[in-house]
Design a protein around this ligand. Structure first.
Ligand code: 4AD
Ligand code: MG
Length: 464
Protein backbone atom coordinates (compact mmCIF):
# COMPACT_ATOMS: atom_id res chain seq x y z
CA UNK A 1 0.00 0.00 0.00
CA UNK A 2 1.24 3.53 -0.76
CA UNK A 3 1.73 5.96 2.03
CA UNK A 4 -0.94 8.70 2.20
CA UNK A 5 -0.09 12.15 3.56
CA UNK A 6 -2.09 13.47 6.49
CA UNK A 7 -3.09 16.63 4.60
CA UNK A 8 -4.98 14.40 2.17
CA UNK A 9 -6.28 11.89 4.70
CA UNK A 10 -8.01 14.71 6.59
CA UNK A 11 -9.91 15.61 3.42
CA UNK A 12 -10.88 12.07 2.39
CA UNK A 13 -14.42 10.76 2.56
CA UNK A 14 -13.83 7.12 1.63
CA UNK A 15 -14.83 5.87 5.07
CA UNK A 16 -14.05 2.24 5.74
CA UNK A 17 -11.10 2.22 3.36
CA UNK A 18 -7.67 1.07 4.44
CA UNK A 19 -4.97 3.73 4.88
CA UNK A 20 -1.21 3.70 5.43
CA UNK A 21 0.30 6.77 7.06
CA UNK A 22 3.76 7.51 8.41
CA UNK A 23 4.84 10.24 10.78
CA UNK A 24 6.01 11.32 14.21
CA UNK A 25 4.05 11.14 17.44
CA UNK A 26 3.17 14.53 18.86
CA UNK A 27 1.27 13.23 21.88
CA UNK A 28 -0.07 9.99 23.25
CA UNK A 29 -2.87 9.47 25.72
CA UNK A 30 -3.71 6.05 27.19
CA UNK A 31 -7.30 5.43 28.17
CA UNK A 32 -8.39 3.09 30.90
CA UNK A 33 -10.66 1.25 28.51
CA UNK A 34 -7.71 -0.52 26.92
CA UNK A 35 -6.85 1.77 24.06
CA UNK A 36 -4.56 4.71 23.32
CA UNK A 37 -4.95 7.90 21.28
CA UNK A 38 -1.95 8.94 19.19
CA UNK A 39 -1.68 12.39 17.66
CA UNK A 40 0.52 12.05 14.59
CA UNK A 41 2.06 14.68 12.35
CA UNK A 42 3.92 14.09 9.09
CA UNK A 43 4.70 17.68 8.06
CA UNK A 44 2.18 17.78 5.22
CA UNK A 45 -0.10 20.05 7.24
CA UNK A 46 -0.11 21.77 10.59
CA UNK A 47 -2.90 19.47 11.67
CA UNK A 48 -2.30 16.13 13.38
CA UNK A 49 -4.38 13.07 12.74
CA UNK A 50 -5.75 11.09 15.64
CA UNK A 51 -5.05 7.37 15.60
CA UNK A 52 -6.89 4.99 17.91
CA UNK A 53 -4.78 2.02 18.98
CA UNK A 54 -6.67 -0.81 20.61
CA UNK A 55 -5.13 -3.24 23.11
CA UNK A 56 -5.88 -6.03 20.66
CA UNK A 57 -2.93 -4.84 18.52
CA UNK A 58 -0.23 -7.49 18.90
CA UNK A 59 2.47 -5.02 20.06
CA UNK A 60 0.13 -2.97 22.28
CA UNK A 61 1.66 -3.96 25.63
CA UNK A 62 5.23 -4.27 24.42
CA UNK A 63 5.47 -1.17 22.24
CA UNK A 64 2.40 1.06 21.87
CA UNK A 65 2.17 1.76 25.59
CA UNK A 66 5.81 2.90 25.54
CA UNK A 67 5.50 5.31 22.63
CA UNK A 68 6.19 8.96 23.41
CA UNK A 69 6.57 12.36 21.73
CA UNK A 70 9.02 12.25 18.82
CA UNK A 71 8.81 8.50 18.03
CA UNK A 72 8.34 7.65 14.36
CA UNK A 73 5.71 5.16 13.27
CA UNK A 74 3.85 3.64 10.34
CA UNK A 75 0.14 3.14 10.91
CA UNK A 76 -2.18 1.00 8.89
CA UNK A 77 -5.86 1.27 9.62
CA UNK A 78 -9.38 2.14 8.72
CA UNK A 79 -10.50 5.66 7.89
CA UNK A 80 -13.40 6.60 10.14
CA UNK A 81 -15.39 9.74 10.56
CA UNK A 82 -14.50 11.39 13.84
CA UNK A 83 -17.47 11.71 16.20
CA UNK A 84 -16.01 14.42 18.45
CA UNK A 85 -15.48 18.04 17.56
CA UNK A 86 -12.33 19.29 15.87
CA UNK A 87 -11.10 16.91 13.21
CA UNK A 88 -13.39 15.36 10.66
CA UNK A 89 -11.42 12.11 10.25
CA UNK A 90 -9.45 9.67 12.33
CA UNK A 91 -7.78 6.28 11.90
CA UNK A 92 -8.59 3.07 13.71
CA UNK A 93 -5.27 1.25 13.63
CA UNK A 94 -4.98 -2.38 12.56
CA UNK A 95 -1.18 -2.36 12.64
CA UNK A 96 1.44 0.00 14.05
CA UNK A 97 5.10 -0.35 13.25
CA UNK A 98 7.66 1.62 15.25
CA UNK A 99 10.52 2.98 13.17
CA UNK A 100 12.46 4.95 15.74
CA UNK A 101 12.22 5.47 19.48
CA UNK A 102 12.79 8.79 21.19
CA UNK A 103 13.76 8.77 24.84
CA UNK A 104 11.20 10.95 26.68
CA UNK A 105 13.78 11.76 29.36
CA UNK A 106 16.09 13.28 26.77
CA UNK A 107 13.99 14.51 23.86
CA UNK A 108 14.19 18.32 24.06
CA UNK A 109 10.80 19.00 22.49
CA UNK A 110 8.22 18.54 25.17
CA UNK A 111 4.50 19.13 24.92
CA UNK A 112 4.74 22.59 26.50
CA UNK A 113 5.46 25.72 24.50
CA UNK A 114 9.15 26.51 24.08
CA UNK A 115 10.62 29.97 23.62
CA UNK A 116 11.97 30.86 20.17
CA UNK A 117 15.36 31.57 21.78
CA UNK A 118 15.49 28.03 23.10
CA UNK A 119 14.38 26.58 19.77
CA UNK A 120 17.16 28.44 17.95
CA UNK A 121 19.64 26.37 19.98
CA UNK A 122 18.05 23.20 18.64
CA UNK A 123 17.52 24.40 15.10
CA UNK A 124 17.86 20.82 13.86
CA UNK A 125 14.73 19.81 15.77
CA UNK A 126 12.63 22.96 15.57
CA UNK A 127 11.07 22.08 12.19
CA UNK A 128 9.11 19.48 14.20
CA UNK A 129 7.19 22.22 16.03
CA UNK A 130 3.94 23.73 14.80
CA UNK A 131 5.43 27.18 14.30
CA UNK A 132 8.45 26.08 12.30
CA UNK A 133 6.47 23.61 10.25
CA UNK A 134 4.10 26.43 9.32
CA UNK A 135 6.95 28.88 8.58
CA UNK A 136 8.55 26.26 6.34
CA UNK A 137 5.39 25.59 4.35
CA UNK A 138 4.68 29.31 3.94
CA UNK A 139 8.28 29.92 2.86
CA UNK A 140 7.90 27.19 0.26
CA UNK A 141 4.59 28.58 -1.01
CA UNK A 142 6.05 32.09 -1.22
CA UNK A 143 8.96 30.82 -3.34
CA UNK A 144 6.57 29.20 -5.74
CA UNK A 145 4.31 32.27 -5.89
CA UNK A 146 7.33 34.42 -6.73
CA UNK A 147 8.40 32.24 -9.64
CA UNK A 148 4.81 31.99 -10.89
CA UNK A 149 4.39 35.77 -10.81
CA UNK A 150 7.48 36.43 -12.92
CA UNK A 151 7.06 33.47 -15.26
CA UNK A 152 3.49 34.55 -16.09
CA UNK A 153 4.83 37.97 -17.04
CA UNK A 154 7.55 36.64 -19.30
CA UNK A 155 10.51 37.33 -16.98
CA UNK A 156 13.44 34.92 -17.36
CA UNK A 157 14.99 33.36 -14.27
CA UNK A 158 18.75 34.08 -14.33
CA UNK A 159 21.30 32.39 -12.09
CA UNK A 160 23.76 35.09 -11.12
CA UNK A 161 27.07 34.01 -9.57
CA UNK A 162 27.53 33.53 -5.85
CA UNK A 163 31.29 34.05 -5.98
CA UNK A 164 32.01 37.43 -7.49
CA UNK A 165 34.78 39.95 -8.05
CA UNK A 166 32.61 43.04 -7.55
CA UNK A 167 30.96 44.77 -4.61
CA UNK A 168 27.52 45.74 -5.91
CA UNK A 169 26.43 47.90 -3.02
CA UNK A 170 29.91 49.35 -2.49
CA UNK A 171 29.45 49.12 1.25
CA UNK A 172 32.48 46.89 1.83
CA UNK A 173 30.45 44.25 3.67
CA UNK A 174 32.11 41.38 1.86
CA UNK A 175 32.89 37.86 2.98
CA UNK A 176 36.15 37.00 1.26
CA UNK A 177 36.49 33.78 -0.69
CA UNK A 178 40.01 32.43 -0.77
CA UNK A 179 42.06 29.24 -0.82
CA UNK A 180 45.20 31.05 0.35
CA UNK A 181 46.77 29.66 3.50
CA UNK A 182 45.65 32.16 6.13
CA UNK A 183 48.57 31.19 8.34
CA UNK A 184 51.10 31.97 5.65
CA UNK A 185 49.82 34.62 3.25
CA UNK A 186 51.83 35.60 0.17
CA UNK A 187 52.64 39.32 -0.16
CA UNK A 188 53.64 41.36 -3.20
CA UNK A 189 56.44 43.93 -3.33
CA UNK A 190 54.13 46.69 -2.11
CA UNK A 191 53.36 44.61 0.99
CA UNK A 192 49.81 43.80 -0.12
CA UNK A 193 48.36 40.29 -0.12
CA UNK A 194 49.24 38.76 -3.48
CA UNK A 195 45.90 37.56 -4.79
CA UNK A 196 47.42 36.54 -8.11
CA UNK A 197 48.40 33.40 -6.21
CA UNK A 198 44.83 32.81 -5.04
CA UNK A 199 42.45 30.29 -6.61
CA UNK A 200 40.89 32.77 -9.04
CA UNK A 201 44.04 34.79 -9.54
CA UNK A 202 42.31 37.78 -7.98
CA UNK A 203 40.42 38.81 -4.84
CA UNK A 204 36.87 37.45 -4.72
CA UNK A 205 33.98 37.40 -2.28
CA UNK A 206 30.47 36.09 -1.76
CA UNK A 207 27.93 38.23 -3.56
CA UNK A 208 25.97 40.95 -1.72
CA UNK A 209 23.54 41.23 -4.66
CA UNK A 210 23.23 39.80 -8.16
CA UNK A 211 22.17 43.15 -9.56
CA UNK A 212 25.25 44.14 -11.56
CA UNK A 213 25.36 40.81 -13.33
CA UNK A 214 21.62 40.63 -13.88
CA UNK A 215 21.60 44.06 -15.53
CA UNK A 216 23.69 42.57 -18.31
CA UNK A 217 20.93 40.02 -19.00
CA UNK A 218 18.15 42.63 -18.82
CA UNK A 219 19.97 44.50 -21.58
CA UNK A 220 19.71 41.43 -23.76
CA UNK A 221 16.57 39.55 -22.73
CA UNK A 222 14.41 42.44 -21.55
CA UNK A 223 12.73 41.26 -18.35
CA UNK A 224 14.71 39.02 -16.00
CA UNK A 225 14.93 38.11 -12.31
CA UNK A 226 17.08 36.15 -9.93
CA UNK A 227 16.27 34.48 -6.65
CA UNK A 228 19.27 33.38 -4.68
CA UNK A 229 21.36 33.67 -1.55
CA UNK A 230 23.26 36.87 -0.75
CA UNK A 231 25.82 37.50 1.96
CA UNK A 232 26.62 40.57 3.99
CA UNK A 233 29.27 40.85 6.65
CA UNK A 234 27.27 43.60 8.23
CA UNK A 235 27.65 43.70 11.99
CA UNK A 236 23.96 44.28 12.66
CA UNK A 237 22.58 42.21 15.47
CA UNK A 238 18.94 43.09 14.88
CA UNK A 239 15.70 41.20 14.36
CA UNK A 240 15.73 42.20 10.67
CA UNK A 241 19.29 41.43 9.58
CA UNK A 242 20.99 38.22 8.58
CA UNK A 243 24.51 37.67 7.28
CA UNK A 244 23.10 35.18 4.76
CA UNK A 245 19.70 35.92 3.28
CA UNK A 246 17.81 35.28 0.06
CA UNK A 247 16.94 38.02 -2.35
CA UNK A 248 14.65 38.29 -5.36
CA UNK A 249 15.90 40.79 -7.92
CA UNK A 250 13.87 41.61 -11.03
CA UNK A 251 15.42 43.87 -13.64
CA UNK A 252 13.57 45.42 -16.60
CA UNK A 253 14.95 47.04 -19.71
CA UNK A 254 13.04 50.07 -21.04
CA UNK A 255 11.57 50.77 -17.60
CA UNK A 256 11.80 53.89 -15.48
CA UNK A 257 11.20 54.30 -11.76
CA UNK A 258 7.42 54.52 -12.19
CA UNK A 259 7.24 51.09 -13.90
CA UNK A 260 9.58 49.71 -11.26
CA UNK A 261 7.17 50.81 -8.51
CA UNK A 262 4.17 49.45 -10.40
CA UNK A 263 5.91 46.10 -10.69
CA UNK A 264 6.81 46.02 -6.99
CA UNK A 265 3.24 46.84 -5.96
CA UNK A 266 1.65 44.23 -8.25
CA UNK A 267 4.24 41.73 -7.15
CA UNK A 268 3.61 42.08 -3.41
CA UNK A 269 -0.16 42.04 -3.83
CA UNK A 270 -0.02 38.98 -6.05
CA UNK A 271 2.07 36.89 -3.67
CA UNK A 272 0.02 37.99 -0.66
CA UNK A 273 -3.13 36.87 -2.45
CA UNK A 274 -1.53 33.54 -3.26
CA UNK A 275 -0.60 32.93 0.37
CA UNK A 276 -4.07 33.70 1.72
CA UNK A 277 -5.53 31.34 -0.89
CA UNK A 278 -3.03 28.49 -0.56
CA UNK A 279 -1.83 28.44 3.05
CA UNK A 280 -5.09 28.74 4.92
CA UNK A 281 -4.43 26.48 7.89
CA UNK A 282 -0.91 27.80 8.43
CA UNK A 283 -2.06 31.42 8.13
CA UNK A 284 -4.89 30.69 10.52
CA UNK A 285 -2.29 29.38 12.97
CA UNK A 286 -0.14 32.54 12.68
CA UNK A 287 -3.19 34.69 13.15
CA UNK A 288 -4.15 32.76 16.26
CA UNK A 289 -0.76 32.28 17.90
CA UNK A 290 1.68 34.88 16.59
CA UNK A 291 -0.14 38.07 15.56
CA UNK A 292 -3.90 38.30 15.53
CA UNK A 293 -3.95 41.16 13.02
CA UNK A 294 -1.92 39.44 10.35
CA UNK A 295 -4.66 38.17 8.00
CA UNK A 296 -6.59 41.41 8.31
CA UNK A 297 -3.44 43.44 7.57
CA UNK A 298 -2.61 41.42 4.47
CA UNK A 299 -6.19 41.61 3.19
CA UNK A 300 -6.13 45.37 3.72
CA UNK A 301 -2.86 45.71 1.80
CA UNK A 302 -4.18 43.70 -1.16
CA UNK A 303 -7.11 46.15 -1.41
CA UNK A 304 -5.13 49.35 -0.90
CA UNK A 305 -3.06 51.52 -3.22
CA UNK A 306 0.45 51.97 -1.88
CA UNK A 307 1.37 55.54 -1.02
CA UNK A 308 4.22 57.15 -3.00
CA UNK A 309 6.19 59.98 -1.39
CA UNK A 310 9.60 61.52 -1.95
CA UNK A 311 12.38 61.34 0.58
CA UNK A 312 12.07 65.11 0.99
CA UNK A 313 8.38 64.74 1.88
CA UNK A 314 9.20 61.86 4.23
CA UNK A 315 11.73 64.02 6.09
CA UNK A 316 9.16 66.81 6.44
CA UNK A 317 6.61 64.38 7.87
CA UNK A 318 9.17 63.06 10.33
CA UNK A 319 10.33 66.53 11.36
CA UNK A 320 6.76 67.58 12.04
CA UNK A 321 5.76 64.31 13.72
CA UNK A 322 6.40 65.47 17.27
CA UNK A 323 8.01 62.06 17.89
CA UNK A 324 11.12 61.75 19.99
CA UNK A 325 13.32 59.68 17.68
CA UNK A 326 16.56 58.12 18.91
CA UNK A 327 18.21 59.27 15.66
CA UNK A 328 17.23 62.87 14.83
CA UNK A 329 16.08 63.46 11.26
CA UNK A 330 17.14 66.13 8.85
CA UNK A 331 17.47 66.24 5.07
CA UNK A 332 20.49 64.22 4.05
CA UNK A 333 20.49 61.54 6.76
CA UNK A 334 19.59 57.95 6.02
CA UNK A 335 16.24 56.81 7.36
CA UNK A 336 16.48 54.49 10.35
CA UNK A 337 14.14 51.67 11.17
CA UNK A 338 12.25 53.84 13.71
CA UNK A 339 11.61 56.46 10.98
CA UNK A 340 10.52 53.88 8.44
CA UNK A 341 8.13 52.34 10.91
CA UNK A 342 6.67 55.67 11.93
CA UNK A 343 5.90 56.48 8.28
CA UNK A 344 4.27 53.20 7.38
CA UNK A 345 2.68 52.24 10.72
CA UNK A 346 1.61 55.49 12.31
CA UNK A 347 1.36 58.09 9.59
CA UNK A 348 0.38 56.36 6.37
CA UNK A 349 -0.87 53.07 7.83
CA UNK A 350 -0.12 51.03 4.72
CA UNK A 351 2.86 50.25 2.50
CA UNK A 352 4.66 53.30 1.22
CA UNK A 353 7.21 53.93 -1.50
CA UNK A 354 9.83 56.48 -0.55
CA UNK A 355 11.63 57.73 -3.68
CA UNK A 356 14.32 60.18 -4.76
CA UNK A 357 16.84 59.88 -1.93
CA UNK A 358 19.90 62.13 -1.60
CA UNK A 359 22.60 60.73 -3.85
CA UNK A 360 25.15 60.60 -1.00
CA UNK A 361 23.27 57.93 0.95
CA UNK A 362 22.51 55.55 -1.91
CA UNK A 363 24.55 53.17 -4.07
CA UNK A 364 26.70 54.34 -6.99
CA UNK A 365 24.59 52.80 -9.76
CA UNK A 366 21.41 54.83 -9.20
CA UNK A 367 20.29 57.33 -11.81
CA UNK A 368 20.98 60.95 -10.98
CA UNK A 369 17.79 63.04 -11.07
CA UNK A 370 17.59 66.38 -12.90
CA UNK A 371 17.92 68.28 -9.60
CA UNK A 372 21.51 67.00 -9.40
CA UNK A 373 21.21 66.08 -5.74
CA UNK A 374 18.81 63.13 -5.58
CA UNK A 375 18.75 59.75 -7.31
CA UNK A 376 15.92 57.63 -8.70
CA UNK A 377 15.81 55.26 -5.76
CA UNK A 378 12.76 53.62 -4.25
CA UNK A 379 12.32 51.76 -0.97
CA UNK A 380 9.10 50.00 -0.02
CA UNK A 381 8.30 50.27 3.67
CA UNK A 382 5.74 48.01 5.31
CA UNK A 383 4.37 47.93 8.84
CA UNK A 384 6.42 46.02 11.46
CA UNK A 385 9.29 45.16 9.11
CA UNK A 386 10.18 48.57 7.68
CA UNK A 387 12.20 48.34 4.45
CA UNK A 388 11.19 45.21 2.58
CA UNK A 389 12.27 46.27 -0.94
CA UNK A 390 15.10 48.47 -2.16
CA UNK A 391 15.33 49.39 -5.84
CA UNK A 392 16.13 52.07 -8.34
CA UNK A 393 16.35 53.25 -11.89
CA UNK A 394 19.94 52.63 -12.97
CA UNK A 395 22.34 55.24 -14.27
CA UNK A 396 22.37 54.56 -18.01
CA UNK A 397 24.57 57.46 -19.06
CA UNK A 398 28.15 56.38 -19.67
CA UNK A 399 29.86 59.61 -18.63
CA UNK A 400 27.72 60.10 -15.53
CA UNK A 401 28.37 56.55 -14.33
CA UNK A 402 32.10 56.78 -15.00
CA UNK A 403 32.25 59.98 -13.00
CA UNK A 404 30.31 58.44 -10.14
CA UNK A 405 32.61 55.42 -10.01
CA UNK A 406 35.61 57.73 -9.82
CA UNK A 407 33.97 59.90 -7.13
CA UNK A 408 33.32 56.84 -4.99
CA UNK A 409 36.97 55.94 -5.24
CA UNK A 410 36.20 52.68 -7.07
CA UNK A 411 38.42 51.51 -9.86
CA UNK A 412 37.02 52.07 -13.33
CA UNK A 413 39.01 49.07 -14.50
CA UNK A 414 37.08 46.77 -12.15
CA UNK A 415 33.75 47.92 -13.55
CA UNK A 416 34.74 47.81 -17.22
CA UNK A 417 32.05 45.32 -18.19
CA UNK A 418 29.36 47.18 -16.23
CA UNK A 419 30.32 50.42 -18.01
CA UNK A 420 30.20 48.63 -21.38
CA UNK A 421 26.42 48.29 -20.97
CA UNK A 422 26.24 52.08 -21.12
CA UNK A 423 28.54 52.17 -24.13
CA UNK A 424 26.75 49.69 -26.36
CA UNK A 425 23.01 50.08 -26.79
CA UNK A 426 22.29 51.65 -23.40
CA UNK A 427 18.62 51.91 -22.39
CA UNK A 428 16.76 53.18 -19.36
CA UNK A 429 16.38 50.24 -17.00
CA UNK A 430 15.23 49.60 -13.46
CA UNK A 431 14.92 46.89 -10.88
CA UNK A 432 14.66 46.13 -7.22
CA UNK A 433 15.61 43.64 -4.52
CA UNK A 434 13.09 42.04 -2.18
CA UNK A 435 14.53 40.54 0.98
CA UNK A 436 12.95 37.10 1.08
CA UNK A 437 13.22 36.61 4.85
CA UNK A 438 11.71 40.03 5.51
CA UNK A 439 8.84 38.95 3.28
CA UNK A 440 8.39 35.71 5.24
CA UNK A 441 8.57 37.73 8.47
CA UNK A 442 5.94 40.10 7.26
CA UNK A 443 3.54 37.40 6.07
CA UNK A 444 3.83 35.17 9.15
CA UNK A 445 4.01 37.90 11.78
CA UNK A 446 7.18 36.32 13.17
CA UNK A 447 9.16 38.82 15.19
CA UNK A 448 12.70 37.72 14.59
CA UNK A 449 14.23 37.14 11.16
CA UNK A 450 16.26 34.27 12.66
CA UNK A 451 13.05 32.32 12.98
CA UNK A 452 12.03 32.40 9.32
CA UNK A 453 15.11 30.74 7.77
CA UNK A 454 16.17 27.18 8.61
CA UNK A 455 19.70 27.95 9.79
CA UNK A 456 20.22 31.66 10.49
CA UNK A 457 23.68 33.15 10.05
CA UNK A 458 24.37 36.22 12.16
CA UNK A 459 27.36 37.77 13.93
CA UNK A 460 29.03 35.17 16.19
CA UNK A 461 26.53 32.52 15.22
CA UNK A 462 26.89 29.82 12.59
CA UNK A 463 26.10 26.61 14.49
CA UNK A 464 24.80 23.70 12.39
O1 4AD B 1 18.39 47.65 -0.35
P1 4AD B 1 19.34 46.56 -0.74
O2 4AD B 1 20.71 46.61 -0.18
O3 4AD B 1 19.36 46.61 -2.34
C1 4AD B 1 20.15 45.87 -3.15
O4 4AD B 1 20.90 44.98 -2.81
C2 4AD B 1 19.95 46.17 -4.61
N1 4AD B 1 21.12 45.71 -5.33
C3 4AD B 1 18.69 45.49 -5.07
C4 4AD B 1 18.37 45.75 -6.52
O5 4AD B 1 18.04 46.88 -6.85
N2 4AD B 1 18.46 44.77 -7.37
O6 4AD B 1 18.71 45.13 -0.39
C5 4AD B 1 17.45 44.76 -0.90
C6 4AD B 1 16.58 44.17 0.17
C7 4AD B 1 16.28 45.10 1.32
O7 4AD B 1 15.21 45.96 1.02
C8 4AD B 1 15.95 44.14 2.44
O8 4AD B 1 14.61 43.66 2.31
C9 4AD B 1 16.87 42.98 2.15
O9 4AD B 1 17.25 43.07 0.78
N3 4AD B 1 18.07 43.02 2.98
C10 4AD B 1 18.30 42.17 4.01
N4 4AD B 1 17.56 41.18 4.53
C11 4AD B 1 18.06 40.50 5.58
N5 4AD B 1 19.26 40.75 6.13
C12 4AD B 1 20.05 41.75 5.64
N6 4AD B 1 21.25 41.97 6.20
C13 4AD B 1 19.57 42.52 4.55
N7 4AD B 1 20.07 43.55 3.82
C14 4AD B 1 19.14 43.82 2.88
MG1 MG C 1 18.22 49.21 0.98
Amino acid sequence: MDRAKIARILQMEEYGSNILLKGWIRTKRDSKGGFSFLEINDGSTIENIQVIANQTLENYQKEILHLSTGCSVAVEGELVSSPGKGQKNEIRATKIKVYGWSDPEEYPLQKKRHSFEFLRQIAHLRPRTNTFGAVTRVRNALSQAIHTFFQKRGFYYIHTPIITGSDCEGAGELFKVTTLNLGDLPYDQAGQIDYTQDFFGRATSLTVSGQLEIETYALALGDVYNFGPTFRAENSNTSRHLAEFWMIEPEMAFAELKEDMDLAEDFLKSIFTHILDHCQSDMHFFNLRIDNTIIETIEHIIQSTFERITYTEAVEILENSGEDFEFPVKWGVDLQSEHERYLTEKKIKKPVFVIDYPKEIKAFYMKLNDDGRTVGAMDVLVPRVGEIIGGSQREDNYEALKQKIAQMGFSEKEYWWYLDLRKYGSVPHSGFGLGFERLVQFVTGMNNIRDVIPYPRSPKSAEF
